[in-house]
Write a protein that binds this ligand. Sequence first.
Ligand SMILES: Cc1ncc(COP(=O)(O)O)c(C=O)c1O
Length: 388
Amino acid sequence: MKNLSEKTAHFTDSVIRRMTRVSNQYNAINLSQGFPDFDPPEAITRRLSEIATIGPHQYALTWGAKNFRDALAAKHEHFSGMKVDPESEIVVTCGSTEAMMASMMSVCDPGDKVVVFSPFYENYGADAILSGAEPIYVPLNPPDFGFDADVLEKAIATPGVKALILCNPSNPCGKVFTRKEMELIAELACRYDIYVITDEVYEHIIYDPYEHVYMATLPGMRERTLTCNSLSKTYSITGWRLGYVIASPEITDRVKKVHDFLTVGAAAPLMEAATVGLQFPDSYYEDLKDHYTHMKKLFTDGLRSAGLTFTDPQGAYYVLVDISEFGYDDDERFCIDLAKEVGVGAVPGSSFFRENVNHLIRFHFAKQDETLLAAIDRLHDIRKLGRN
Ligand SMILES: Cc1ncc(COP(=O)(O)O)c(C=O)c1O
């Protein structure tokens, strides 16, 4: 038999999903894979049951049902202040995962380079491999996850750089880029003529006093930003696979074609049902933020009470905990022991970093209070793992 593709030979098994299997094996509370264990808003699920009988059930327009795109454009304008043409500037995709992949494939040719902040969400590695782009990593330095502007400029100035990938708010480190940092990135993007592909799935999960700055709204950035986003986290519907790219008509023209050949389109009945979510009033987003602020407080107070050291997240629903004190030199081994001996599942931080970082593990806290409280209760026993 001939070899299968060289490209896919270099994919690694997802560490996050591996840790979910480890959690299941040891009956641990799984705080590794990041999805909510509570229900989506009732208005959305109620609409879904109506749609089941009245349709649509056939293909929608490949770049998304018109009323869904209209609602997306209105919502995006409401929060970002940026007017978006739903006909020529939006492509609806199967989650932000496809939005990022289609964007990378639209922007990059094999041999191009992309700048990626490290730690990074694991899909960006696969996006780079499939689009043929070579990543150049710029460290976000723990514990505060700031970056060195000179290191960033040097990376962007490397010959062959076509784009920068920006996850904001960041999974896994919970960083929310400040306006000043965003302006610096924007200025470099314009000066070195590169695209910025943003992943903004946690746009509405931000803790006071931090604020979401939309890259595309900064001077010179509208025409060079591909804004990728999704409904997964905002409406707690990760299984519905609804995402989108917002970009200039020149860019979306390409993204539409890639998307058409990749998936044809997002699920028509789900777009129809989710449209009601896009029309929710401001109070929905305020409640969402309050809910996550509550969960963050509950969980991080618990971590503190268990004597653990961590970086307080500014956004998203993950927290990186420092495990240096336990004396392990392998964070994956630590996570396996944690699941087995303590009964809580986490992700080894090394799977997110390009640098040699193995003293951090990631928990997520998009869980019901009782799940988080039970996990905290177990974490009070974490010192049985000490190897000092
Ligand atoms: C940063 C980031 N981007 C994208 C995704 C996946 O989004 P979607 O469900 O829209 O594909 C996740 C999910 O955890 C994520 O953390």
